[in-house]
Design a protein around this ligand. Structure first.
Ligand code: FAQ
Length: 325
């Protein structure tokens, strides 16, 4: 293709983005757009899959049958989200095997938030309320993202995240209506999950290397700082309502801005976690790689079964053809 032809295609592409048209897998797209989407969608998929581990840790120890059923359903939903997202990513021309390889070799990133331990039952409340709460704030704008398969996957994901957020908040309400020990447990979980939840929404806009281009392509519809502010403004009244205290002495309502001012985020901690040195990075990777290797016989059996079915079908159609002739 000549340079002029490429320029024309780029112009048409930018015009489609400006008109808010969805870009579909078979449409022409700049190589950088494709790569950026593979990066973000695959990181998102990996986050959903690794994100099953902290809560999976509590399925066998949920305090009642109702809580167990709800947590089990939530964790299964996260697996489903990972699968839609891997499928959306595959439409950009990368295989599932390559994506898994990137995760298992440590080349691919996944959300920092899942590298923290879940030490008490209250952490199940805090994760649903805060982590899923932050995920919804980040993902609702993504329902309007420019790449069709990603936008469509996000619609369903957001509906499910909304149930997850409520089940988490309900756990916190229950604990805050309980004994002093239960209240302390809920407060302790909030103390540990608050700051990592703010970090989860990504580095400050000044440090965010991808935001500018991603906003132009309408991959991202809101900046990291805007989403973080929205999360704080929405969550603080929810904490106050049930008697929890946000662990930030600098948190203060700013009348002029109509938003909360908040304290300094420990970005050194964030980058340490992103670079693989968080409290649970090694355990998370070990669990994922172990699951992949331990599941090899299941994949082999599924492949053998499908090959057998195919052979059977071919034999049947061959004998049918013989009969007809
Ligand atoms: N953790 O320039 P930016 C969930 C990296 S799903 C690790 O700002 P961008 C559901 C970033 O990749 C949670 N790394 O990047 C659930 C980049 O590095 P790179 C996941 C992070 O892409 C709930 C570098 O820093 N959600 O929770 C993080 O424009 C409960 C510079 O950053 C999504 O993935 C981080 N937190 O903005 C499941 C949503 N933040 O790639 C189970 C889709 C940044 O150059 C239980 N993703 N980095 O090597 C997004 O919206 C964006 O990718 C952001 C980051 C906002 C995460």
């Amino acid at each position: 293709m000549s340079e002029e032809q490429i320029r024309n295609l780029e112009t048409q592409f930018e015009e489609r983005i400006a008109r808010d048209e969805k870009i579909e897998p078979k449409d022409w797209m700049p190589e950088k757009y494709r790569k950026t989407h593979i990066r973000q969608i695959s990181q998102h998929a990996h986050s959903e899959v690794v994100g099953m581990l902290p809560e999976g840790n509590w399925i066998t120890r949920a305090p009642s049958l109702r809580r167990k059923v709800a947590l089990l359903a939530k964790v299964q939903d996260e697996a489903g989200h990972g699968l839609y997202l891997y499928s959306a990513c595959e439409t950009l021309g990368i295989s599932r095997d390559e994506l898994y390889e990137q995760l298992h070799s440590g080349k691919a990133k996944y959300s920092s938030i899942f590298n923290y331990p879940t030490v008490t039952w209250a952490d199940m409340g805090a994760i649903g309320w805060l982590v899923d709460g932050a995920a919804i704030i980040n993902q609702v704008p993504l329902c309007n993202t420019s790449f069709g398969p990603y936008a469509r996957a996000m619609v369903r994901v957001c509906k499910e995240e909304s149930f997850h957020q409520r089940q988490g908040y309900e756990i916190m309400i229950k604990l805050m209506n309980g004994t002093q020990e239960q209240k302390d447990m809920a407060q302790d979980a909030l103390n540990r999950w608050w700051w990592p939840s703010l970090m989860m929404l990504g580095p400050t806009d000044a440090e965010s290397v991808h935001t500018e281009q991603s906003m132009k392509w309408k991959l991202k519809r809101k900046s990291n700082d805007d989403l973080r502010q929205q999360f704080i403004d929405q969550t603080v009244p929810q904490a106050e309502l049930i008697g929890l205290v946000i662990p930030d002495p600098d948190l203060k309502w700013n009348e002029e801005r109509g938003s909360y001012d908040f304290g300094e985020i420990n970005w050194d901690e964030f980058w340490q976690v992103v670079k693989g040195h968080g409290p649970m990075n090694k355990e998370r990777m070990k669990a994922r790689v172990g699951a992949w290797e331990g599941g090899e016989w299941v994949r082999d059996a599924a492949m053998a079964y499908s090959e057998k079915q195919q052979e059977r079908k071919e034999k049947q159609s061959a004998s049918l053809k013989k009969e007809v002739s």
